[in-house]
Design a protein around this ligand. Structure first.
Ligand code: NAD
Length: 369
């Protein structure tokens, strides 16, 4: 029987510094009898040497197409566009199961090469919850970006370029410094506070020094009365972290903002949920996703009223590549350890079943049969 193995490929997406497998997780797999091959990657937040020290075999950047066929290729984000057949088993976020642009073309590559995709977004535990997700650090980073927007606003400036931080402590210190030493005195409201993103947002506010009473934590019970909510106008930062699964009344509208007049406290809205183009977006006061280079979009507030900006970045965990990778990778570890038994392990069996269904649909769309 061959030794169980994984091949960690490089990431090619701009700004992506996260890794599906960290040196610490790689070491745990090696201790459990796995062979781990890692592509050299200068973009990754972890140094190649850290993987080497953990016992991984280092290989050339982007060399996975010539990896032995039996070794599963592990990554995070999509593969670069191509028509080349995919002969390997791949584990990554495919972003191709919800009819996203190019979904059938991408899956057709697996059909042509007889490869298999296990999509990280669809590895679920027995309760149907994702085994590994980046939510906590999305909320943490989103709340930090919101606090930075408020700091800029207080100086009459617009928030400029956001760049990934080497670690969480550096982010917290930077936010505190730009707020003049601490976030004490600021007031924030987090909706979806009991979820992964929401817990991250609340923790950031605690770490930058907000008083506990100044961090309003809302979830289903508090929004059950139905919006719009005047309370949102009376905090400095509003962070939306809900998982939108059905139409709900709006949380905040242009009208409520205009009606609040010149005494409104709210200065930054961070829409971590980013249901930007969803017709049921509960915050219909903006219409674009913002970026690390232009993190905020101004809201139309009515003449004479204080400025208000929205942050709607859909890849927030990239701001904290080290901790986000560590958490994701260690949450993924139990499933990776089960991979050699993937024919019987439920998490992998379900993911493969879904892949086969989507593959059949793609084959039809691409007229391959
Ligand atoms: N912007 C980013 O970079 C980024 C990264 C990761 C996740 N996300 C998005 O963030 C959202 C939340 O993800 P998560 O992993 O935290 O989900 P989650 O399921 O862990 O948490 C969602 C929370 O929202 C609450 N909720 C749902 N509807 C609500 C309502 N109407 N009122 C109040 N609370 C409500 C739930 O009770 C739950 O506590 C998802 O849409 C996800 O796609 C964004």
């Amino acid at each position: 029987m061959s030794v169980p193995s994984f091949w960690l490929r490089c990431e090619t997406k701009q700004f992506e510094r996260r890794a599906a497998l960290t040196p610490a997780t790689a070491k745990k797999l090696i201790d459990a009898g796995f062979d781990i091959t890692v592509e050299r990657d200068e973009q990754r937040i972890f140094d190649d040497a850290e993987y080497e020290a953990a016992g991984c075999k280092l290989v050339a950047n982007n060399s996975w197409p010539s990896a032995p066929q039996h070794i599963p290729i592990l990554g995070l984000k999509e593969l670069p566009e191509s028509d080349d057949p995919l002969i390997h088993t791949h584990i990554h976020f495919g972003h191709c199961y919800k009819n996203q642009a190019g979904w059938s073309k991408f899956l057709a590559r697996f059909y042509k090469g007889q490869g298999t995709l296990y999509d990280l977004e669809f590895l679920n535990d027995d309760n149907g919850r994702r085994v590994a997700a980046f939510g906590y650090h999305a909320g943490f980073a989103g709340a930090a970006a919101g606090a930075l927007a408020v700091a800029a606003d207080k100086k009459g400036e617009k928030l400029g370029l956001l760049e990934p931080y080497p670690d969480e402590a550096t982010m917290v210190e930077d936010v505190k410094r730009r707020l003049g030493g601490s976030g004490k005195g600021l007031k924030a409201l987090v909706i979806g506070a009991l979820g992964r993103c929401g817990r991250g947002a609340v923790d950031l506010f605690r770490k930058i020094g907000l008083d506990e009473d100044d961090i309003l934590k809302w979830d289903m019970a508090e929004t059950a009365k139905g919006g719009p909510f005047e309370e949102i106008l009376d905090v400095d930062i509003f962070v939306n972290c809900i998982y939108l699964s059905s139409p709900i009344p709006h949380f905040l509208t242009h009208e409520t903002i205009r009606n609040a007049g010149p005494n409104r406290r709210l200065s930054a809205v961070v829409d971590v949920s980013c249901d930007t183009t969803n017709p049921h977006n509960p915050i219909p006061i903006y219409s674009i996703n913002t970026t690390f280079s232009a993190p905020t979009v101004p809201v139309e507030v009515g003449t004479g009223n204080p400025l208000l900006s929205v942050i709607s970045i859909d890849h927030l965990p990239t701001l904290l590549p080290r901790e986000a990778s560590e958490q994701f990778s260690s949450d993924l570890l139990p499933s990776l350890l089960q991979f050699p038994q993937r024919d019987t392990a439920r998490v992998w069996r379900d993911a493969e079943k879904l892949f086969r269904e989507k593959l059949t649909a793609a084959v039809k769309v691409e007229s391959l049969q």
